[in-house]
Ligand binder design. Structure first.
Ligand code: IPM
Ligand code: MG
Length: 381
């Protein structure tokens, strides 16, 4: 089969982590007889520099026509002082909104090979894990196209607190439909996992959170095999570091999901390991999808060949699974990443805190090459 992939390398380490991901995809294509056609698109700071706007109409148009979109990262200090609507981040938000990819799946898994890169103590990890293992496997489902990120916002010039004139506001608004569709996605994900869903909110204070609970009460009846629970977001932030093993699927609003997924990522050893899939409605049997590592553009390490490409490679695996329905291929890539770690390859960010024997510290490109090489040794290949 032929697949068209919109490729948005973006800024900072974006292009460096996208390149190995395409090499891995090409190796998968060769082996399984697929052709991946890349349509490289400009967005973010790179697009601001060449066109004056973060999300040129041509990018948006092409992105909606491809089968899936793979993005590196956008943003950087060079564009930080631009007004809100011209910042590189607008490109991300604009793509998410235009593609209507409302369900953002962010798996946070502590692989046994990276145990020593996790900052939690053994007692904490194994105590929270129902199987007594020093590892965890959770999935954050973040609502991605609503809430505070897209609510009414503005400035109130006439207001005054007596010192300086003016005020600013952002609003959290969620419709029943927006909540229901992301909840159903989260329930579907939980059904394929350990069958636990935790709705994270601030229902003791926020009306919008109380509305999430109402919608959950109505929807949960359709999923009797899933155990539904609720947790306040402040408690969840604490529970994630007290015992991440207690969670299976967490579903939450756009802002809370943004914050909690960064927190969860540190527990996996490095933010550089975490992939994400942003999914929309099912069209022609498959959801619209946009795939990106969660780490961002990391301008401080850009251009040095030290960034970890595994988050992007694992995002490409999610693309194979969700957008193209290529489960065996996705597993092959995930297995290859495991095999690379088993072989001791580490980018700097996931190197053991204390010197451990057998580790080979490699750069971005070498890590990508190692995954391609080890692909051939995995059981699914
Ligand atoms: C993320 C990022 C983005 C977000 C930024 C870059 C706009 O932090 O994908 O988590 O807040 O959604
Ligand atoms: Mg974030």
């Amino acid at each position: 089969m032929n697949y068209s992939i919109a490729l948005v390398p973006g800024d900072g380490i974006g292009p460096e982590v996208i390149a190995p991901a395409t090499e891995v995809l090409d190796a998968v294509g060769d082996r399984y007889g697929h052709v991946f056609n890349y349509v490289e698109l400009e967005a973010g700071g790179a697009a601001i520099d060449s066109t004056g706007e973060p999300l040129p109409a041509a990018t948006l148009e092409a992105a909606t026509q491809c089968d899936a979109l793979l993005l590196g990262a956008v943003g950087g200090p060079r564009w930080e002082n631009l007004p809100g609507h011209l910042r590189p981040e607008r490109a991300l938000l604009g793509l998410r909104a235009a593609l209507e990819v409302y369900a953002n799946l962010r798996p946070a898994v502590l692989l046994p090979q990276l145990r020593s890169a996790c900052p939690l103590k053994d007692e904490v990890l194994s105590a929270s894990n129902h199987e007594g293992r020093a590892a965890f496997d959770l999935l954050i489902v973040r609502e991605l196209t609503g809430g505070l990120y897209f609510g009414k916002r503005g400035r109130l010039e006439e207001e005054s607190d007596g010192h300086r004139p003016g005020a600013a506001f952002d609003t959290e608004t969620y419709s029943w439909r927006e909540i229901e569709r992301v909840l159903r996605r989260a329930y579907a994900a939980a059904a394929l996992r350990r069958k636990k869903l935790c709705v994270v909110d601030k229902a003791n204070v926020l009306e919008s959170s109380r509305y999430w609970r109402e919608v959950t009460a109505a929807v949960s009846g359709d999923y009797p095999e899933i155990e539904t629970s609720f947790m306040y977001v402040d408690n969840c932030a604490m529970q994630l570091i007290r015992g991440p093993g207690q969670f299976d699927v967490i579903v939450t609003s756009n802002l809370f999901g943004d914050i909690l997924s960064d927190e969860a990522s540190v527990l996996t050893g490095s933010i550089g390991m975490l992939p994400s899939a942003s999914l929309g409605d099912i069209v022609g049997g498959r959801p619209r999808g946009m795939y990106e590592p969660i780490h961002g553009s990391a301008p401080d390490i850009a251009g040095q060949d030290i960034a970890n490409p595994l988050g992007t490679i694992l995002s490409a695996a999610m693309m194979l699974r969700y957008s193209f329905g290529l489960e065996a291929e996705a597993l092959a890539v995930e297995d290859a990443v495991g095999a690379v770690l088993d072989s001791g390859y580490r980018t700097r960010d996931i190197a053991a805190r204390s010197a451990a024997g057998g580790e080979k510290i490699v750069g971005t490109q070498a890590m990508g090459k190692a995954v391609v090489e080890l692909l051939e040794t995995t059981r699914n290949f």
